[in-house]
Design a protein around this ligand. Structure first.
Ligand SMILES: Nc1ncnc2c1ncn2[C@@H]1O[C@H](COP(=O)(O)OP(=O)(O)O)[C@@H](O)[C@H]1O
Ligand SMILES: [Mg+2]
Length: 228
C-alpha cells in the first residue's frame, strides 16, 4: 500500500477552559492517500473547519499527531511552519481571503516572495501559469472588488496552486457562490485532482457537493460518524 500523504492520529481539539470547554474534535483518525479526492461533510458546527485547520498546520491540536507527507506538523516550530505549509499545501477558503489592495496577479505573486531562491522572472512565469490555468489571465490587473465572486475564487485557487503543493484543502469553497458558479469551481477542483494528481480535501455542509469525491467522511459533533 502507498504511504498516506496525510495521516491524522488520535487528534483532539479543545477550545476554551473549564466549564466553557468545547470539544471541537474528538479522537479523529484518518489516512488520505496521494491523489485522493476526499470530502468531509457534516452540519454546521460539527468540526469540519477545525479538522481542516489542524491538518493544514493552521492550528495546533490539543493532542494527537498530524503527518503531512511524512512530516509531523505538530512538532515543527512556529518559525519553520510557514515554509512547510507553503511546500505541502494550498488552502481555499469560503470567503476567498484575497488582499483588497492587490491585483489578481499581485495576490498570487505575493505568496512567492518569501522564497528567496526564486528569481523575479521565474516568479512571473509561475504566476502567469496559474492565472492561465484558472482562466484569469485577462483579469490579471483587476482588484478583488472589480471581480465577481467566482472570479475571486478562481484567483484564490491560483494562489493556492502557485507553489505547486501536493495537497489542496478547500473549506466550503462554493459557500459564497450561486449554484452554477459553484459547479464551475467544483469542476475546476476536480480537474486539478485529476490532471495534477493533487490530493484534495473538500469540506462542505451540503452533501450534493460531494459528487466528485471518491470517499466521503461524515462528521457529527466533533467525531467521524461514517466513511463511505
Ligand atoms: N476559535 C474558536 N474558539 C472557540 N470555539 C471555537 C473556535 N473555532 C471553532 N469553535 C467551536 O468548535 C466547534 C466546531 O467548529 P467548526 O470547526 O468551525 O465547525 P464547522 O466548520 O463544521 O461548521 C463549534 O462548536 C465552534 O463553535
Ligand atoms: Mg466551517
Amino acid at each position: 500500500m502507498t504511504n498516506p500523504i496525510i495521516r491524522v492520529e488520535g487528534v483532539n481539539k479543545e477550545y476554551g477552559k473549564g466549564k466553557n470547554t468545547v470539544a471541537a474534535l474528538k479522537d479523529i483518525n484518518l489516512e488520505i492517500t496521494p491523489g485522493e479526492f476526499i470530502a468531509i461533510v457534516g452540519p454546521s458546527g460539527c468540526g469540519k473547519s477545525t479538522l481542516l485547520h489542524v491538518m493544514a498546520g493552521l492550528e495546533q491540536p490539543t493532542n494527537g499527531r498530524i503527518l503531512l507527507d511524512g512530516v509531523d506538523v505538530t512538532l515543527i516550530s512556529e518559525r519553520d511552519l510557514p515554509k512547510v505549509r507553503a511546500e505541502k499545501i494550498g488552502f481555499v477558503f469560503q470567503s476567498f481571503l484575497l488582499i483588497d489592495d492587490l491585483t489578481s496577479y499581485e495576490n498570487i505573486e505575493a505568496v512567492l516572495w518569501p522564497n528567496e531562491e526564486l528569481r523575479k522572472d521565474t516568479q512571473e512565469e509561475m504566476t502567469l501559469e496559474v492565472l492561465r490555468e484558472v482562466d484569469m489571465l485577462e483579469r490579471r490587473d483587476h482588484r478583488p472588488m472589480q471581480l465577481s465572486g467566482g472570479e475571486q475564487q478562481r484567483v484564490a485557487i491560483a494562489r493556492a496552486l502557485v507553489n505547486n503543493p501536493p495537497i489542496l484543502f478547500c473549506d466550503e469553497p462554493t459557500g459564497n457562490l450561486d449554484s452554477q458558479t459553484g459547479e464551475t469551481i467544483l469542476k475546476m477542483i476536480a480537474k486539478l485532482n485529476k490532471e495534477r494528481n493533487m490530493t484534495v480535501v473538500l469540506v462542505t455542509h451540503e452533501s450534493s457537493l460531494t459528487k466528485y469525491a471518491k470517499r466521503i467522511i461524515h462528521m457529527l459533533d466533533g467525531a467521524i460518524s461514517s466513511v463511505r
